[in-house]
Design a protein around this ligand. Structure first.
Ligand code: GDP
Ligand code: CA
Length: 343
């Protein structure tokens, strides 16, 4: 059983942790792991250089969550973290005071940057980092969507520079510093033109038994992965069914500011609108960059009406509890998603 997941940070990481728990239970390998093979393709659009180190927020959230090291309440970063280095940098008045790098987290960025400087690719550096956290032993492989840097930037209005003027900031500046409150005109993926899917990415989609789009941000996590050359085409042609879980519950993202991202691209923050935004693979009216990517869509019980509407329109859709409150609850969500496509 090969399962491929297209993931952002916190939402995708929590979902994948639940999926692994389900697989250990259903397909045990007798050594505490699973015989299933899970490949997670991570969004790298949030990556950036900070204080001379390469920071990869979604890859790290996945690695810490699946490796049992995540700060549980926060959802990202290391547990038992301190911020002495950041505080000392602030004393020198350097860096971005709105983005804290924890002391333990910094070790990850330093190690990765060292390997990148030695000429290794991001895929290779990621594999080296993941060794420490025993991901392979758990049956999971973490791949960046691309080895070349692809950064999401946000175009915002710049009224100080005159009417109609615009400026562009890094996604993390818009998200963390401005809490997505600065009206975003559009998102741009810088570097996409010269990026390729990282080794293993297209093959993991083509050779999967099932592909899952977890409850990740549809705009700045999943769509960024979908924009990598070849990914949409691989999804369109894979023999595997593709099932998604709605990140929108009752008209709002469960946590974070995904509604602002959806508003920017003109999509309503509803479970139904997000499904239609992704589109169905068998929808002949969509082609090329717009080709649909899903076969099935799991929504929360509070959105049962959306599932009915989609089903009336030919979708495979169902409603279930989708709040990832703990690992067993998340494993049940993963089971519902797989059941929806007969796996
Ligand atoms: P990020 O990169 O850390 O922003 O994480 P992701 O892109 O993977 O996922 C963020 C999205 O996950 C949020 O915008 C929410 O819509 C969604 N999400 C978070 N927690 C839950 C949950 O418990 N249930 C569901 N259905 N969605 C969730
Ligand atoms: Ca992210």
């Amino acid at each position: 059983m090969r399962i491929t997941v297209l993931s952002g940070g916190v939402g995708g990481a929590r979902f994948t942790r639940g999926l692994l728990a389900l697989l250990r239970d259903r397909l045990p390998d007798g050594r505490g792991g699973t015989t299933a093979e899970v490949t997670v393709i991570a969004n790298t659009g949030d990556d950036m250089w900070l204080h001379g180190v390469r920071v990869c927020p979604d890859l790290d959230t996945l690695m810490y969550t699946l490796g049992g090291a995540v700060h549980e309440e926060q959802g990202w970063g290391r547990r038992d973290e301190t911020s002495r280095v950041s505080a000392d940098l602030a004393a020198y008045d350097v860096g971005w005071d709105w983005f804290t790098l924890g002391d333990l987290d910094l070790a990850t960025h330093l190690a990765r940057t060292q390997w990148l400087r030695e000429g290794r690719t991001l895929s290779e550096a990621t594999a080296l980092l993941c060794r420490r956290w025993g991901l392979a032993e758990q049956g999971v492989r973490l791949l960046p969507m691309a080895d070349e840097p692809v950064e999401t930037h946000v175009v915002v209005a710049d009224p100080d520079a005159g009417p109609g003027a615009e400026r562009t900031i890094h996604f993390e500046e818009w998200w963390v510093r401005h809490r997505a409150a600065l009206p975003a005109l559009r998102f741009v993926q810088v570097g996409l033109g010269s990026a390729q899917a990282a080794p293993g990415v297209l093959d993991a989609i083509a050779s999967a038994d099932v592909v899952v789009v977890p409850p990740s941000n549809p705009v700045v996590s999943v769509s960024t992965i979908l924009a990598v050359p070849g990914v949409r085409a691989a999804l369109a042609s894979t023999a595997a069914p593709v099932v998604g879980v709605s990140p929108i519950v009752g008209g709002a993202p469960v946590r974070g500011m995904a509604a602002q991202c959806l508003a920017t691209i003109g999509v309503d923050a509803t479970a139904e609108a997000v499904a239609r935004f992704y589109g169905r693979r068998d929808d002949a009216s969509r082609a090329g960059e717009d080709v649909g990517v899903l076969d099935a869509w799991l929504v929360d019980t509070v959105d049962a009406e959306a599932a009915e509407k989609l089903a009336a329109d030919g979708w495979r859709s169902a409603a279930a509890a989708t709040l990832m409150t703990d690992v067993p609850a998340t494993a049940r969500i993963a089971a519902e998603a797989l059941a929806l496509v007969g796996r």
